[in-house]
Design a binder for this molecule. Structure first.
Ligand code: NAX
Length: 327
């Protein structure tokens, strides 16, 4: 029997946590042969809800779930862990702007970065979901100087998946036939959903849907989908966000499918004119050994270049706001 790996989920008693934990325990991320120990990190007021979630996990009798740790101490939550989903953060409330959100959530990722640095396993990898995800990932990364930078990613996979399903709905194709979608930049309204390289079967997606639909409907729909979900449900995306986190880490751990790439927010190396020193979403391929590569050599048109410039500028502004949280 394979040794279990430790997997940390922060914000485990929250809405996304509730959709995420059961699927990890069922083997949907690390495969049907890889046992896991779930280390669930919360804050003290949420510990009793977390206990209820843990009871339900127990009642599922998942063969791959070898143990559970429930804690409000990051040093315990990240102890010996190999993979972490950093979900725990406060969602934006009415009247809060992006700077307020950064001010509220940023400090969480200082403490967690330090705990990761002190206690995580050598093969540690983290996906940051809690918003503002890119900048929170930067904060965690910068406070964990002994962990290689490329082990910190932020999530734009929900935006990527939303794009695939919008294209599928418009053209009648199955999502599985759509490849090479790209989300550039920040997980915010400035993100750049780029379909100029995407293919639907053998056809270019942009020819199948037309530029007008792409610019006037698709781009704003994808960028504001989170707000539309809040309006309809009265709560932010949870199951679809958990699903996107599963897709991101499953591909990072096990590999992307042949002939395709995925959108991952990773430490920028300056590719495609993105600013360096921020966590920026690029098209990436993963060989299946816990690494990724940014897809190189794509021809990026002026419209997308301008979008990359704007979303990069926003990330630099966010970085300036949290300068005192970076080490
Ligand atoms: P919930 O409010 O349901 O859950 C958040 C949980 O985090 C709570 O249980 C809270 O007690 C816990 N928490 C707060 N501070 C913590 C800390 N220091 N350590 C551990 N746990 C802590 O929110 P939920 O709907 O689950 O969303 C979580 C985060 O995901 C939010 O920041 C949200 O904005 C973000 N999202 C990110 C998305 C993305 O694509 N990157 C999409 C979905 C979602 O909006």
């Amino acid at each position: 029997m394979t040794n279990p790996i430790k997997v940390t989920v922060t914000g485990a008693a929250g809405h996304i946590g509730y959709s995420l934990l059961f699927r990890i325990a069922a083997g949907e991320v690390f495969g049907p042969k890889q046992p896991v120990i779930l280390q669930m990190l919360e804050i003290p007021p949420a510990m009793s809800v977390l206990e209820g979630t843990a009871m339900e996990l127990q009642d599922c009798a998942f063969p791959l779930l070898h143990d559970m740790v429930l804690t409000d101490d990051p040093m315990v939550g990240f102890d010996g862990t190999s993979w972490a989903f950093l979900v725990g953060a406060f969602p934006r409330k009415a009247g809060m702007d992006r700077a307020d959100l950064i001010g509220r959530n940023g400090p969480i990722f200082v403490g967690q970065g330090k705990a990761i640095n002190a206690r995580a396993a050598d093969d540690f990898h983290a996906l940051i979901v809690g918003n503002p995800a890119n900048t929170n990932a930067l904060i965690a990364m910068s406070n964990a100087p002994d962990v290689p930078n490329e082990r910190f990613n932020a999530m734009t996979r929900l935006d990527h998946n939303r794009s695939l399903s919008q294209l599928a709905a418009k053209t009648g194709a199955n999502v599985a036939d759509i490849k090479q979608m790209i989300i550039w930049g920040n997980h915010s309204n400035t993100m750049v959903p780029d379909i100029y390289h995407a293919k639907i079967g053998r056809k270019k997606a942009i020819n199948a849907v037309g530029k007008r639909w792409y610019k006037s409907y698709f781009k704003p729909t994808v960028a504001t989908r989170g707000g539309a979900i809040i309006k309809a449900r009265g709560a932010s995306s949870a199951a679809s966000a958990a699903n996107a986190a599963i897709c991101h880490v499953r591909d990072w751990y096990g590999g992307t499918r042949k002939g395709d790439w995925v959108s991952m927010a990773v430490p920028s190396d300056g590719s495609y004119g993105a600013p360096e020193g921020v966590i920026f979403s690029f098209p990436c391929v993963c060989p299946g050994d816990g690494t990724y590569q940014i897809v190189q050599g794509l021809d990026v048109n002026e419209e997308i270049q301008e979008g990359i410039r704007k979303t990069g500028e926003e990330l630099l502004n966010e970085k300036a706001v949290v300068a005192d949280l970076l080490s």
